[in-house]
Ligand binder design. Structure first.
Ligand code: SF4
Length: 192
């Protein structure tokens, strides 16, 4: 029987060389994503590719402030991806609320709800800073230090408690049910 853990350093080396980013932009930092991925800063040279599918990414960039409404989508998108997966949050807002520190509608500490592997402070951080954060994350992946996905599993009760305190118990089911009348209407429209 092969012990696959022996190959973990090789897997980690391969993982850091082909990170796929899910296209999910939050806050002002979303505007920094296209320059990062186009000819000037060009993250493709590091094997990083943007991808719209929540099933196929392994790098989740949170690019700015997060409201409770967006947080629900972030949690669902995070949970839909298979392990291993990593979160890089840039901008001061996900770190501590940033300029929205006293807003009723901005999350103050994103890492209470999903595990963050690397934070990049700044409002907003320059693309060089984001590249620096991505390189830091790549090093952490290779050394096995980037373990947010394991922390989420091991401390799921804690994350779930924080999510439910903020969003209310049963928020997942309520969100899903909200779409039912819309879907019924759409079905009627198609028939008519
Ligand atoms: S950190 Fe600054 S630039 Fe980024 S989302 Fe917050 S207010 Fe906008």
């Amino acid at each position: 029987m092969v012990d696959w853990r022996l190959f973990e350093p090789l897997f980690n080396w391969a993982r850091k060389k082909s990170l796929w980013i899910v296209s999910f932009c939050t806050g002002c930092g979303g505007i920094e994503m296209p320059p990062l991925m186009t000819s000037r800063y060009d993250i493709e040279r590091f094997g990083i590719i943007p991808d719209p599918s929540p099933r196929q990414y392994d790098l989740f960039l949170i690019t700015g402030y997060v409201t409770p409404k967006t947080l629900k989508r972030i949690i669902i998108t995070y949970e839909m991806a298979p392990d291993p997966k990593w979160v890089l949050a840039h901008g001061s807002c996900p770190l501590n609320g940033g300029v929205y520190w006293d807003s009723y509608n901005a999350i103050k500490h994103l890492d209470k709800y999903i595990p963050v592997d690397v934070f990049i402070a700044g409002c907003m951080p320059r693309p060089e800073a984001v590249l620096d954060g991505i390189h830091k994350l790549m090093e952490m992946i290779e050394s096995g230090e980037a373990d947010g996905w394991k922390r989420y599993r091991e401390n799921y009760e804690w994350y779930r408690k924080n999510q439910d305190e903020l969003l209310g118990k049963g928020w997942r089911e309520k969100e899903a049910r909200k779409w039912i009348p819309w879907l019924v209407d759409k079905k009627k429209e198609v028939k008519e």
